[in-house]
Every structure is written in structure tokens, then in C-alpha cells.
Ligand binder design. Structure first.
Ligand SMILES: CC(C)(COP(=O)(O)OP(=O)(O)OC[C@H]1O[C@@H](n2cnc3c(N)ncnc32)[C@H](O)[C@@H]1OP(=O)(O)O)[C@@H](O)C(=O)NCCC(=O)NCCS
Length: 174
């Protein structure tokens, strides 16, 4: 059910591929600021990035895209769409640090949300972010997702704490 590609004003989203490992490893997978509120630790060897890509490619309930700048063809991040139940979608996103604050992830999530709610069988799109991940919460608010609640001890973010973290849940439905 996932689209093969998505396109926004400034970015192409195409499926992640083994040949993307070096760009992802060099661009953001090693960066502790980028990975701070993610479920995985910064990569220390490119083999970890290669393994991550291999896992993404076999996952049936989600599809991971790389974000490619239309002007220069460079990979600057990734976006995953998830399909945990037939009627709803989730997502995850990450952007290399030099590209933060330019509205890029708002552009991507806005497009993906519109695409999702245009699908006949999809009634809801939403996901969670760490309660301290102000940038991610702001992206979801700018896209018009509603903060539905605070989920106590919802997820492990090992770069912040060894204890489960509180998360905000955001979603839009039709
Ligand atoms: C979260 C992330 C994807 C945001 O991407 P981005 O393209 O920089 O986001 P945008 O530019 O579209 O919008 C970010 C908004 O958050 C705001 N913001 C970012 N960091 C902030 C902070 N620490 N405090 C307050 N506001 C912040 C920006 O000002 C902007 O809002 P504005 O347009 O009203 O000024 C990016 O920072 C990232 O990749 N972080 C690391 C990975 C991550 O945390 N992923 C999400 C996991 S849930």
C-alpha cells in the first residue's frame, strides 16, 4: 500500500537502498544530537548503517525512504511510513543537522499526512515523540496534528535515559 516515491517542493523521497549507507553514516547516523531522541544509539561503524538498511528493506509493515534534495541529489535524511493496522499509519523521521530549521520535515510530514488521508482505507495518521523533543512536537503541530495525550513511560530512548520515556501522542484523523 505504500507509495513507491513521494515528492515535495524541495525533496524526492525514494526507497532506502544498500548504496545509501555511506551517505547516511557520514551525514547523520553518527551524530549524537540527531540520534538523541531516537530508539537507536549513534552508529560507530558503517556496518551498523548497512544492517539498519537491510532491516528496513525486509520490514513488511513499514517502508523507509531517503530524503534527496532535488537541487543537488544529496541524501539529507530519512522518513519511514508505518502501517501497524489496516486503517491507520505511523511514521518516523530524521534529518541531518545542517538542514534543521528550514521547514523541511514539516514539508515532508505535511505531504505524507495529506497522502495518507487521501487513501480510502486510511482513517488516521499519527505517532509519538519524546516529551522533550520540542522540534519534533513542533513539526507535528505545524502539520496540524492534534496532541492527543501524554503516554507515560511509553518508549525507550537509550541516548537520553536507561528508563522508559514519557511521550506525546499526535495524530490527525478523518
Ligand atoms: C525533529 C526534526 C525532524 C525537525 O526537522 P526540521 O526540518 O528541522 O523541522 P522544521 O524546520 O520543519 O520545523 C521545526 C520547528 O521546531 C522548532 N524547533 C526546533 N527545535 C526547537 C527547540 N529546541 N525549541 C523550540 N523550538 C524548536 C523550529 O523553530 C520550527 O518551528 P517554527 O517553524 O515555528 O520556528 C529534526 O530536528 C531532526 O531530525 N531531529 C533529530 C531526529 C528526531 O528527533 N526525529 C524525530 C523523532 S520523534
Amino acid at each position: 500500500m505504500f507509495p513507491e516515491r513521494l515528492e515535495t517542493a524541495r525533496l524526492m523521497l525514494r526507497p532506502i537502498a544498500p548504496g545509501d549507507a555511506a551517505a547516511i553514516f557520514d551525514g547523520y547516523a553518527q551524530d549524537p544530537e540527531v540520534t538523541r531522541f531516537l530508539t537507536w544509539r549513534p552508529h560507530v561503524a558503517i556496518t551498523e548503517t548497512e544492517a539498519h538498511i537491510a532491516r528496513c528493506q525486509v520490514e513488511a509493515q513499514s517502508k523507509t525512504y531517503v530524503l534527496v534534495g532535488k537541487r543537488d541529489g544529496k541524501i539529507i535524511g530519512s522518513f519511514a511510513l508505518r502501517h501497524p493496522a489496516p486503517h491507520r499509519l505511523g511514521y518516523g523521521y530524521v534529518l541531518a543537522r545542517p538542514f534543521w530549521g528550514m521547514g523541511l520535515m514539516t514539508e515532508v510530514l505535511s505531504h505524507a499526512t495529506q497522502w495518507a488521508l487521501d487513501q480510502r482505507d486510511i482513517w488516521r495518521i499519527g505517532d509519538v515523540c519524546d516529551c522533550e523533543n520540542i522540534g519534533s512536537a513542533r513539526v507535528m503541530e505545524k502539520v496540524g496534528l492534534e496532541r492527543e495525550g501524554l503516554l507515560r513511560r511509553w518508549i525507550m530512548h537509550p541516548n537520553v535515559s536507561s528508563e522508559p520515556r514519557d511521550c506525546f501522542a499526535y495524530a490527525r484523523s478523518r
